[in-house]
Structures are given as structure tokens and as C-alpha cells.
Design a protein around this ligand. Structure first.
Ligand code: ADP
Ligand code: ADP
Length: 216
């Protein structure tokens, strides 16, 4: 049966970094809703234009378009064995829709690692984040610098700082996270699926904790 893992946690806690490593380690597809939106912005689609107007303010993109976009991605052949969901769901409505769509594919959310860090850490991580233009590989100027400044180690493309990683926007994103996404922590805890992971550790240690928790 397909395995679906939801990575939950505030902006900048390390979900994307860990999702890439886990996807390789346990051979699952990686679905990042933020990367899907950024791909649409890059390709100047209608969805991209709509999403950008919310992302620039640090607000969530409306549920209906977000759910449709993720549904389309999950139904692709490379997700047959399951997926690691990074950045989705972010609202109770998205979580309910996810259960319904996974039931259609004969699966369900199996576990929900919840990665935590305090606000000062989130600000430090987002303000030093550099992302690659081509595929969204992520670096940090202090904690995970690229071999050559401004260039992606993996694909050689240019590194840039996300507009929404400005401190003012991040502060709003953290606020939005507490208002709209935090209810999911209780939702998944009540379902017995939540696994708390300390995000204030080196990347490798967070990965070890995640793998140990997922093996259980
Ligand atoms: P982060 O690094 O903060 O986790 P993401 O790349 O996941 O950021 O998301 C960037 C932005 O994309 C969010 O601030 C929001 O505007 C939009 N977004 C991403 N995922 C969702 C979602 N599931 N629902 C609504 N908006 C989303
Ligand atoms: P999210 O997807 O949750 O927004 P990212 O994985 O993009 O978070 O990480 C945010 C920033 O913090 C990136 O610059 C990344 O390189 C860095 N980072 C991720 N995990 C750690 C860690 N455990 N320690 C230090 N920096 C980290």
C-alpha cells in the first residue's frame, strides 16, 4: 500500500531540507506545494499570477486552487507508492480534502512528523536561505553554504533569495501559521499520527530523529 507522510512545521523550520533527504532515503516522491506554486509563477500561468498575489504578502493561497493543484500532482504515476508532503495541508479544509483524495487512491496519511523551532530560529533560517532558480534546491549562507557563492551545487543554476523571506513577510507567515495551520497539530495528534521532532539540531541529527520515528 502507498505510504503518505505529511511534514508539518512553521516556515523555515527545515521541512523542505528534510523532505529531500527523506524522499531519497525511503524512496518516496516529494511534493512541495510552495515549489509547485513557484513553478507556476516561473511559467507565468494563471495559477501562478493568482498565487503570487497571496505569497508576496505572506498569506495562504485559497484552499480550492491549492487543493486542486496538489490533487493533480498526487495523481501522477511517480506518486503511486506514496509521497512526502511538504507544506500541504496547511488548513483544516486542506487536511480533510487530503484524507478524501488519499482514500480514492487506497491510502491515508500514515504519519505526521511535526518539526519545531522558536521564532528567532525561524527568522535566522529564512533570512539566510538561498534557493536555486532551476529546481528549488535550498542552501543557507551560514548553516549550509553552497560550494561556490550564488551557484547551486546540484545543477549549477543561479541562487536567489525569496521575496517572501524578507523579515516583515516571514513575521506575517509565522502569524498565519499560528492562526491557520496550528489547528492541524491537534487534529493529527488526536488521530495518533503526530510525531514531535526537535528542529533545533544540525540537519543530520534531525534526519536521524525523523528516520528513527518513522521506522516505529
Ligand atoms: P515555507 O518555506 O514557509 O514552508 P512554502 O514554500 O511552503 O514556504 O510556501 C510559500 C508560500 O506559498 C506560502 O507562504 C503560501 O503563500 C503559499 N503556500 C504554500 N503551500 C500552501 C498551502 N498548502 N496552502 C496555501 N498556501 C500555500
Ligand atoms: P522550510 O521548508 O520548512 O521552510 P527549509 O528546509 O527551506 O525550511 O530550511 C530553511 C533554511 O534553513 C534553509 O536555508 C536551510 O538551508 C536551513 N536549514 C534547514 N534545516 C536546518 C538545520 N537543521 N539547521 C540549520 N539550518 C537549517
Amino acid at each position: 500500500m502507498a505510504t503518505y507522510i505529511v511534514l508539518l512545521g512553521p516556515p523555515g523550520v527545515g521541512k523542505g531540507t528534510q523532505a529531500v533527504i527523506l524522499a531519497q532515503a525511503i524512496k518516496l516522491a516529494h511534493i512541495s506545494s510552495g515549489d509547485l506554486f513557484r513553478g507556476n509563477i516561473k511559467n507565468q500561468t494563471e495559477l501562478g499570477k493568482l498565487a503570487k498575489s497571496y505569497m508576496d504578502k505572506g498569506e495562504l493561497v485559497p484552499d480550492d486552487v491549492t487543493i486542486a493543484m496538489v490533487r493533480d500532482r498526487i495523481s501522477q504515476p511517480d506518486c503511486k507508492g506514496g509521497a512526502i508532503l511538504d507544506g500541504f495541508p496547511r488548513t483544516p479544509k486542506q487536511a480533510e480534502s487530503l484524507e478524501k483524495m488519499l482514500a480514492e487512491f487506497g491510502g491515508c496519511v500514515d504519519s505526521v512528523p511535526y518539526i519545531t523551532a522558536d521564532e528567532a530560529v525561524l527568522i535566522e533560517r529564512t533570512s539566510g536561505r538561498w534557493s536555486c532558480r532551476a529546481q528549488g534546491h535550498v542552501y543557507h549562507q551560514k548553516f549550509n553554504p553552497p560550494k561556490q557563492a550564488g551557484v547551486c551545487d546540484v545543477d549549477g543554476s543561479e541562487l536567489y533569495q525569496r521575496d517572501d523571506d524578507k523579515v516583515e513577510t516571514v513575521t506575517n507567515r509565522i502569524h498565519v501559521y499560528f492562526e491557520q495551520t496550528m489547528p492541524l497539530v491537534d487534529y493529527y495528534r488526536k488521530l495518533g499520527k503526530l510525531i514531535e521532532i526537535n528542529g533545533v539540531q544540525p540537519v543530520e541529527q534531525v534526519t536521524n530523529d525523523l528516520l528513527a520515528a518513522l521506522r516505529k
